[in-house]
Design a binder for this molecule. Structure first.
Ligand code: NAD
Length: 456
């Protein structure tokens, strides 16, 4: 079906007001949860074929997050859709005031490839929970995953409500020519700019979930054993192809050697060899990315790892040491299993270096020193992050997830997502039985005095 026809059907359906009924929305969310459950094996297989990713890792990094958000929306949609009474100022006596959260209308969700299910489906179900229709355009790179998503959704939901349109640049460009009521995009900064520009033509609001280089700072007072455990898991999950993965490490010089040795020991513990798929280690998505990453491994700075195999797009977990901010690897987001480590002695100098760069999507601090933690939180702007952990902040639906500056605009997860797909309609509701007359002409000194008394 042509894009225009799908959108026209969704416009007509939205105007029928069916999606305004919260019972309808909750029914659809429950149905979607059931469909995911019934099709879990197909999903595991598709992701395995695209990435070589194990069932367990697919569950923890994709499905469990979707189920969690579905449960939140099934439970909260009624409450979050209710009108909210607010107080009324004296000048409007005897009115009451309230806010009605209303759906925006016809929404477009564009997904990225690295967690192809959750990055497409969490925004989509959030939009449905808020009462919108959805056209979902998943990333074309994991082709099996995109196809299975289209099959599950298009065979079970009506095209006028929730529909997947598969495709790459050409199809997305065509989609973006149309007028939507909201566009939710996850992907790179460059494509984010294209989406923003296309949306501006129709004044369509956007949420942009973008990327960037997320620093991790390791202070000498941290617990090194636990620190490396948390960093290694977050960095090498999905072979480093994670927007919130620690991109590079800033470690205090006094513990550099101890920290590097602990990193290596931790990596050796669970990433053993290139065919060790059970141990949750996967492939680089395509040859382009493999080549790009391969060119970032500077042999002179290699501390451990560095094994590659072009045929099956394998790159072993790799650590680079003695890295400087001028090195090639420090230019763009790495998005792969290579971890550069920069040692520092002066915290303020480090803060200055970080602030010279774009505001990161995430920032991680490993320290027990509250003063240092608060200084970093106050001085560095970033999307979100964690203290003494990496990445896990995104699993708490009470924490709005999103970037700032070049790492994105807008938030989602839980209530933040519901609000980003809703309009807050403000209403002043006044009875007929009283009218003060103060705002009407003829104006007088007395009215001026009274007005000043009321307003100042
Ligand atoms: P991408 O920007 O290449 O692709 C994202 C989507 O845009 C895909 O659906 C793709 O088909 C479409 N697209 C690509 N080129 C286009 C063009 N010229 N015009 C219109 N549409 C186009 O991003 P990606 O490679 O899928 O993902 C990697 C990037 O996404 C990284 O920078 C990563 O940090 C970021 N990311 C961010 C988050 C987040 O939540 N903030 C999550 C995952 C990935």
């Amino acid at each position: 079906m042509e894009i225009k026809d799908v959108l026209l059907k969704q416009q007509i359906f939205f105007n029928s007001n069916k999606t305004k009924e919260t019972d309808f929305r909750i029914h659809q969310l429950k149905k979607f949860k059931r469909l995911l459950k019934e099709n879990e094996d197909l999903i595991y297989n598709a992701i395995y074929e695209d990435f070589g990713k194990s069932k367990y890792e697919t569950y923890i990094s994709e499905l469990s997050l979707i189920y969690h958000e579905l449960n939140v929306f099934i439970k909260k949609t009624k409450k979050w859709s209710k009108r909210k009474n607010v107080s009324t100022n004296f000048a409007n006596f005897p009115s009451k005031s309230y806010i009605i959260p209303e759906p925006l209308g016809n929404t477009l969700v564009i997904g990225a490839w690295n967690y192809p299910f959750q990055l497409s489906l969490i925004p989509a179900i959030t939009s449905l929970a808020a009462g919108n229709t959805v056209i979902l355009k998943p990333s074309e790179l994991p082709a099996k995953t995109s196809a299975i998503m289209a099959k599950i959704i298009n065979e079970n939901f009506s095209v006028e409500y929730f529909h997947v349109l598969e495709g790459g640049v050409k199809e997305t460009t065509e989609l973006l020519e149309n007028k939507f009521d909201k566009i939710f995009f996850t992907g790179s900064i460059n494509v984010g700019k294209i989406v923003y520009k296309a949306a501006a033509k129709h004044l369509t609001p956007v949420t942009l979930e973008l990327g960037g280089k997320s620093p991790t700072i390791v202070m000498a007072d941290c617990n090194i054993k636990v620190t490396v455990q948390r960093i290694v898991w977050a960095k090498f999950l999905n072979a480093g192809q994670t927007c919130v993965a620690p991109d590079f490490i800033l470690v205090e010089k006094s513990i550099e050697n101890e920290f590097l040795a602990a990193l290596k020991k931790e990596i050796d513990k669970y990433h053993k060899n290139e065919n060790d798929i059970e141990n949750n280690y996967l492939r680089i998505i395509n040859t382009n990315n493999f080549e790009r990453l391969n060119s970032l491994i500077d042999d002179d700075k290699l501390y451990c790892g560095g094994k590659t195999n072009k045929e099956n797009r394998f790159i072993s977990p790799t650590v680079l040491k003695d890295v400087t901010f001028g090195d090639k690897i420090m230019k763009d987001e790495i998005f792969g299993p290579i971890l550069p480590v920069i040692a520092f002695t002066d915290l303020d100098e480090m803060i200055t270096e970080v602030k010279k760069r774009s505001k990161p999507l995430s920032f991680y601090i490993y320290s027990k020193n509250k003063k240092v933690i608060n200084k970093l939180l106050r001085e560095i702007s970033f999307g979100g992050g964690a203290i003494n952990d990496s990445m896990m902040h995104l699993s708490n639906d009470k924490l709005p997830f999103g970037g700032v500056g070049f790492s994105g605009m807008g938030n989602y997860h839980g209530k933040a997502g519901f609000d980003s797909f809703s309009h807050q309609k403000s209403i002043l509701d006044k009875p007929f039985w009283y009218e003060s007359g103060i705002k009407y002409p003829p104006y007088s000194d007395f009215k001026m005095k009274l007005m000043k008394f009321l307003m100042e």
